[in-house]
Design a protein around this ligand. Structure first.
Ligand SMILES: [Mg+2]
Ligand SMILES: [Zn+2]
Length: 178
């Protein structure tokens, strides 16, 4: 049977967006994130992080640093009883024209294939316009969270706008009848 998944942006959605994070010490959760993800995981949604990390391409930090930061994020979430099923990131510069940088759906589709995900029952959650676009490009529904300094481009109407990840999770559960 196909699974449902929540594809999650990282910076500004799970943790404060401080710019380029290359040091695990700089990783911290936004308030309520553990609780919100737990609600979703308890209803058997996979949790898959999809993040653009051009700091690698810019030479600010290495792929190993990104993996260490993700290990720290997993450690913080484990204390809240939450497990991220898989992380995907694009290490490239925007101008490299790679095919994996959001708003490309490529990494989402890679995760969907890996886990046999039903995209029509899945959601993308993020704090930027490109996250909303990525979710739609991958044939899922897109939830925008107002948890960073970023605003949506004018005229873009996500499937839902939430003031917190918890509000996003509650809406997703209601929409999914679980
Ligand atoms: Mg973000
Ligand atoms: Zn890329």
């Amino acid at each position: 049977m196909k699974k449902r998944a929540i594809f999650l942006d990282r910076d500004g959605t799970l943790n404060p967006d401080k710019g380029y994070i290359g040091d695990p010490e700089d990783m911290e959760l936004l308030p309520g994130v553990g609780k919100a993800l737990k609600l979703l995981q308890e209803k058997d949604f996979l949790l898959i992080v999809i993040t653009n990390q051009s700091g690698v391409g810019r030479g600010y930090y290495t792929q190993k640093d990104v993996e260490d930061v993700h290990a720290r994020l997993s450690e913080l979430l484990a204390k809240e009883g939450v497990k991220i099923d898989r992380y995907y990131y694009c290490p490239h510069l925007p101008e490299e024209g790679c095919c994996c940088r959001k708003p490309s759906p490529e990494l989402v589709l890679a995760g969907a294939k890996f886990f046999n995900v039903d995209m029509s029952k899945s959601f993308f959650v993020g704090d930027k316009t490109i996250d909303v676009q990525t979710g739609w490009a991958a044939q899922s529904r897109s939830v925008w969270v107002n948890t960073s300094q970023y605003e949506l481009v004018k005229g873009l109407e996500p499937d839902f706008k939430a003031q917190s990840l918890n509000e996003a999770a509650e809406w997703i559960l209601k929409e999914s009848n679980v």
